[in-house]
Ligand binder design. Structure first.
Ligand SMILES: [Zn+2]
Length: 330
């Protein structure tokens, strides 16, 4: 009973306040960007930086102009950020947030109006950065030295590089729902809304199961599912791009098992995919594969939810605990 998932009935999932789920590029997408950039700009100098949005650059020292004329040594990933390492231990660190995207154009291409944030001119092409949203949230930092770069690291472990033991230790370090733990950048690096849904489906675990209630076997299953899901998607995206610059980066793919597939059949069992909606986000899951067929296990929680919608998964967790407490006290 303790582990029974507390799921919001799908009728509640259609409240008018809901917005379209908004997902940002995650580890597989960022990896593809890093590879596409590395093959084009490593050893090339940044000839010119053209900035359109005044809010895009978040650092003043060193000045952004000091990156001009510098050569790119390496392109890498830091969580969901892309890092260009330049001459003189300068690091350009780019976070695309939700709708920020990269484009590779012929040298000298102009920054498109409205969505354009910046252009980086290289001798062999121009890197355009766009953001298709009125709220400009994408961010560029220019920092000097490895320690300044380390300050931008949220601290989550790289699932693809971590041992199963390290994965288990991080998972058990706090008690949260699995959905929240997997998407917490201070615990795991580069996993967001889309791939957490896919990982949990593959591991056959409920998004609302609490991390400290997991058995060793469940953690091993989750760790393996995380590695396999991320690797498989990197391979799939590589095969799709076939060396071209990744122009159609999205968190929604028809080949995904559950993410963004509410109401569609689970590819493994055919059950319609369900969802839990919170704030501007949602978790998709298959009740048959992941929650023992249960949609809603707790009437007290559902009453609470009707009265006041939780804004975060944290809040949902607290309510779940409170609802259980009041039921137990009866
Ligand atoms: Zn299923």
């Amino acid at each position: 009973m303790e582990d029974s998932p507390v799921l919001i009935p799908s009728t509640l999932a259609f409240l008018p306040s809901l917005t379209y789920p908004r997902d940002m590029p995650e580890l597989p997408d960022v990896t593809l960007y890093v590879e596409a950039l590395a093959s084009r700009i490593v050893d090339q100098p940044i000839e010119r930086i053209c900035l359109v949005s005044p809010f895009f650059v978040r650092t003043a020292v060193p000045p952004i102009r000091s990156a001009e004329g510098k050569r790119v040594h390496r392109v890498s990933r830091l969580g969901k950020r892309i890092v260009l390492e330049l001459d003189g231990e300068l690091f350009l660190v780019l976070h695309l947030m939700i709708t920020g995207r990269l484009h590779w154009k012929p040298a000298g291409a102009k920054v498109p109006g409205k969505v354009g944030l910046a252009a980086f001119d290289f001798p062999n092409g121009t890197l355009l950065i766009t953001e298709a949203s009125t709220k400009k949230r994408a961010a560029l930092h220019l920092v000097q030295g490895a320690s300044a770069l380390a300050e931008l690291d949220r601290g989550g472990i790289d699932v693809l590089a971590a041992t199963p033991e390290a994965f288990a230790a991080v998972l058990r370090s706090e008690n949260h729902t699995l959905k929240r733990a997997l998407t917490d950048p201070t615990l795991f690096d580069g996993i967001g809304n889309a791939y957490s849904d896919e990982i949990l489906h593959r591991a056959r675990l409920s998004p609302l199961k609490l991390t400290r209630r997991l058995s060793d076997e469940e953690i091993a299953r989750l760790s393996s599912a995380a590695v396999h899901t991320l690797r498989e998607w990197i391979e799939r995206l590589r095969a799709e791009s076939r060396g071209r610059f990744p122009e159609k980066v999205t968190a929604f793919h028809p080949e995904m098992a559950v993410h963004g597939r509410y109401g569609q059949p689970c590819p493994d069992c055919g059950t319609p995919v369900q969802r839990i909606v919170y704030a501007e986000n949602e978790a998709n899951y298959c009740p048959t594969c992941q929650t023992g067929g249960r949609l809603l296990a707790d009437r007290a929680l559902s009453r609470l939810l009707r009265a006041d919608w939780p804004k975060t998964l944290d809040e949902l967790e607290q309510r779940r605990a409170a609802a259980r407490g009041s039921t137990d006290g009866r």
